[in-house]
Design a protein around this ligand. Structure first.
Ligand SMILES: [Zn+2]
Length: 59
């Protein structure tokens, strides 16, 4: 649990998957997106506040 600075609440930061982007990638690359998206998901996607979508937290 973290304290979200943006909405001033204790929240549980989550990683959100962008399903629309995934579906588009599916259509465009016919499966090849997995190779691109999985490294992107683990390397670049930060955890976000589920309430305000902010990404600044304090312990
Ligand atoms: Zn928040």
């Amino acid at each position: 649990m973290k304290f979200c600075i943006c909405c001033k609440q204790i929240v549980y930061p989550t990683k959100k998957v962008n399903w629309i982007l995934l579906m588009l990638l599916c259509l465009i690359t016919s499966g090849g997106w997995v190779v691109i998206y999985i490294p992107y998901y683990f390397l670049f996607k930060g955890k976000k506040c589920p309430i305000c979508n902010g990404n600044e937290f304090r312990d």
